[in-house]
Ligand binder design. Sequence first.
Ligand code: ADP
Ligand code: MG
Length: 692
Amino acid sequence: MTPIEFLKGVGPKRAEVLKKEIGVHTFQDFLYYFPFRYVDRSVFHQIADIPEMANTPVQLKGRITGMREEGAGRRKRLVANFQDTSGMIQLVWFKGAQWIKKSIKINETIVLYGKAAQYGNKWNIPHPEMTPIQQHEKGLQPVYPSTEKLSASHLDSRGLHKLQLNLKEQVPIVFEDWLPESILKENRLITRNQAMLWVHFPKTQEQAEAAKLRLKFEELLLLQLELLVRKKIALTKSEGFIYDKVGTNFNTFYEKHLPFELTGAQKRVLKEIRSDMTTGHHMNRLLQGDVGSGKTLVALLTMLLALDNGFQATLMAPTEILAIQHHESLKEFLDGMEIKVGLLTGSTKQKDRRVLHEALQNGEMQLLIGTHALLEDTVQFKNLGLVVIDEQHRFGVAQRARMWRKNTTPPHVLIMTATPIPRTLAMTFYGDLDVSVIDELPPGRKPITTVHKKDEQRLRVFGFMKEEIAKGRQVYIVYPLIHESEKLDYNNLMEGYEAIQRAFPLPEYRVSIVHGQQKPADKEFEMNRFVRGETQIMVATTVIEVGVNVPNASVMVIESAERFGLSQLHQLRGRVGRGAEKSFCILMTGDKISPDSKKRMNTMVRTNDGFEIAEVDLQLRGPGDLMGTQQSGVLDLKIANLARDGHLVALARKVAIEILQDDPNLEKEDHSGLRGQLIHALKSRPDWGKIA
Ligand code: ADP
Ligand code: MG
């Protein structure tokens, strides 16, 4: 672990920058600072091809035939004509003209490297890199990520590459391979030694690829081994209730009250849950299912199982509106059965609360629906056996742990989310959770038609809304009040509300409004008017994003849609298409939107599949962002990328499972290297197994 200042070319000053900017403290750290791509310096492009190569750097071979200074004052620049066998292009320098003029030799063959830019219909190359042909190094040149401060210390990509060369000269690097040979062979991986050399100094693209593949694989394999081992440790520690009875509650409901046949996916998931509950271990299951796939019903059946086995059950929702809706729909489902269902939210009155607390403690109240209010320590159960958490990503880990503590043996936990997480991410982030997926919608749903409209088409959108309302349908209009406290957003919402009231005047039309700054009672009043069909239009913020169920609503208009993330757009769209009618989602955006926004709109228009949308989201935002900032720092992968290396994640998982099946404690000679790495990882990484 030699400190980086002892590397040739790195004094105390540069060492400071390396530490601060990229966390490189030692020789070892620097070895693991990998290039993110390679430029093939043996390939030459032609000037004539430049218009087709926009935005990628080009390497040209040719000569400068003349140069001159143009412009004056701040626009003064040095311009040169550069010529190859296919044509001519201008080179431009806005700074350093004196030095460039001195170093250029007219008509001498040089190699030039840079990115062309277009001005009007002409192309030029600003500030190209130039090397005399005799000094040109062929082969691959690694490109290292650099920063402004690093560059200021002459540690741009090239500077970093030079340091890597120094390092190679200064200490011969010999790595022991901790992957068994059989795994290398089976997966056609090169040795660690070879990989560490080739990743920094490849001669060919193939060498660079082979090196990256090997290093990514070992990183992911170790991660998966770690997750699997952590899960095993957690499991052996976690005692859980056994539900061995299917009793009256479940059976009566299933046979007499269930208004429809369960879908195949619902049945399968229920089976998975039931098998968890017979193991004697604590269940920690994530239930993923697209909006409208019928997760609530699965939750209800699971809760009835808990009741049949003598336990109480609770369902926690992220918002008050949702808790109220769940409470109502569960009561409706259970109508005619002898089950006591309670509701507890922030606005439950003290007096009612006392009654509720008592009923929970003496076991009279069997089912409790609520919000965060459930977490309070004053809420105690006689014998809580199951916690269902709806829309998981809004609750933190600490909050969940508080639910576990509400019984001496932790209750089973079922987490439901409508934000599909790509499989490879789920495998990694939720390594310790079991995942069930409802991948089938109840029959008879018509796919939602989604369109993207610009602000100038608003009148036509209003016209369309009127047609739908005339057919008896209802319409949502959602504004991006992403931070409920932001004044500007709030003003937009209110202006929007007024504009809607003008365009849809009384007495023909009635408009509701719901947002986060209302009093809960007002919110409920407005929401209920819409639910009962007394208003045709609901102007709202994302408070209606999750769960709200109004089957007669068939149009979802999303204002400033470019400001929403993909998963939010998909969630919002899921508020319609819940009834028998054909439904529509209209994404309104400004005229000019960024390429990423454009991609989000196109994805929404193209598909209704939540998993496909989640994949695109992952590509656009990266795994850290997707899983929330709280969790982004957890996986500091050095070379693998969870978004792009999905197939490798799956392969690493498979190999990890095979290794542990063959040798659960990694005691075989062949696995001693792996064992060492794993012990190190388990010790050095904070316990994030319970992240989910
Ligand atoms: P989500 O998964 O988004 O929470 P819900 O549980 O709210 O979905 O279900 C959406 C709607 O579909 C509800 O009205 C529910 O009663 C209905 N539903 C659920 N399961 C079925 C089924 N098997 N067949 C028909 N309708 C169903
Ligand atoms: Mg739901």
